[in-house]
Design a protein around this ligand. Structure first.
Ligand code: NAD
Ligand code: TYD
Length: 354
């Protein structure tokens, strides 16, 4: 990696990834292209802003002209595509926004990278690319759909997405696969389970629970709360992405999971209440999410066997560190709370939770 384009780097995982790469990897240039939607926050990267290798560009991955201009200017050899509308609930309210960014935006990036990386772009039969170039699509285990009470997702599990979010991510994955098979395009897809950790926007379960509990606000649990997620600390996810960039085989998909055992949402709620010393009376069960996936579980044998990556942060340690981070960064949370977030919460949960 010498010149890297990171998209969506002002969001939760992207900002953690940029910090990780600037500290741990040898690179000359890292450009962060981010549209700064409600989820994008330059404060997440305040400590990286003065690094001479880092450059922020405010723009949209669907903007073909801008994306091509950046390829000309920075001669990227690596693209890591995080940019997305990443929240299932918002994708249910606005499927078109999710599809536009997640599917069409990925297509725009793929086409620009193909054009600039091909040795002979005018020859449609040529499968030769510049030495060392790589496109990494950051995807999700949600593209596999929902599991029953047993079984795990493997890379060979058929895609069966249920929400507009996961369907748009699956569409992007299929396009990445098509570019690899049709054009020999050097791409990888990573499919990770639910992340948690610092800088996660408080619309997602774990930061929402921490922030609400700290402020003695109700903790909204969808339906019976017995849905199961495979939680992974964001730093383990970032290390896995670096492992794929370094040694992943072109065209391969790699599942990434946290090895943290199976936990229901209700178990997470009780754990956070205990850690914060707050009463269980804060829990309220609300109407379930439409099409709510019951259970996810990842089998990450492939990346462990082939690239020697495995998660290092246990859920006990990770959740402790995350709670600490939110307690020490209450000003970061408060600035988000002052924006449109209150309106979102009122529309999503009703006035009793705001
Ligand atoms: P996030 O919502 O925190 O951040 C998304 C970022 O993308 C924001 O900075 C936003 O401004 C930017 N963005 C949105 N639309 C854009 C556009 N059209 N052009 C440029 N930038 C745009 O998301 P996250 O949780 O950090 O997720 C990052 C990626 O990882 C996503 O692709 C998501 O599907 C994937 N993923 C997330 C999880 C998870 O648990 N959060 C798990 C697996 C995979
Ligand atoms: P979320 O963090 O939105 O991630 P995803 O839907 O991508 O898995 O939600 C995680 C789980 O928590 C999911 O089963 C939905 C549930 N949930 C609640 O019960 N209450 C909430 O307020 C939120 C945001 C999520």
């Amino acid at each position: 990696m010498r010149s890297v384009l990171v998209t969506g780097g002002a969001g939760f995982i992207g900002s953690n990834f940029i910090r990780h790469v600037l500290c741990e990897e040898t690179i000359d240039r890292l450009v962060n292209l981010d549209a700064l939607t409600y989820a994008g926050n330059l404060e997440n990267l305040a400590d990286c802003a003065d690094d001479s290798r880092y450059c922020f560009v405010h723009g949209n991955i669907c903007d073909r002209e801008l994306v091509e201009k950046l390829f000309v200017e920075y001669a990227f050899d690596t693209v890591v595509n995080f940019a997305a509308e990443s929240h299932v609930d918002r994708s249910i309210t606005s499927p078109e926004i999710a599809f536009t960014t997640n599917a069409l935006g990925t297509q725009t990036l793929l086409e620009a990278a193909k054009r600039f990386w091909k040795v002979d772009p005018s020859n449609k039969f040529s499968r030769d690319y510049r030495e060392g170039v790589r496109f990494l699509q950051v995807s999700t285990d949600e593209v596999y759909g929902a599991l029953g009470s047993t079984g795990t997702f493997r890379e060979t599990t058929p895609l069966s997405p249920n929400s507009p979010y996961s369907a748009s991510k699956a569409a992007a994955d299929l396009m990445v696969g098509a570019y690899h098979r049709t054009f020999g395009f050097p791409a990888n897809i990573t499919r990770c389970s639910n992340n948690y950790g610092p800088y996660q926007f408080p619309e997602k379960l774990i930061p929402l629970l921490i922030c609400n509990a700290q402020n003695n606000k109700p903790l909204p649990v969808y339906g019976d709360g017995l849905q199961v997620r495979d939680w992974i600390h964001v730093q383990d996810h970032c290390r896995a992405i670096c492992a794929v960039l370094k040694n992943g085989q072109p065209g391969e998909v790699y599942n990434i999971g946290g090895d943290n055992g199976e936990r229901t949402n209700l178990e997470i709620v009780h754990l956070i209440l205990r850690k914060l010393g707050k009463p269980e009376s804060l829990i309220i069960h609300i109407k379930d999410r439409p099409g709510h996936d019951r259970r996810y579980a990842i089998d990450h044998t492939k990346i462990t066997r082939e690239l020697h990556w495995k998660p290092q942060i246990s859920f006990e340690e990770g959740i402790y560190r995350t709670i600490q981070w939110y307690m020490e960064n209450s000003a970061w949370v408060e600035r988000i709370m002052m924006g449109d977030y209150q309106i979102y919460c009122a529309e999503m949960y009703g006035s009793e939770i705001v």
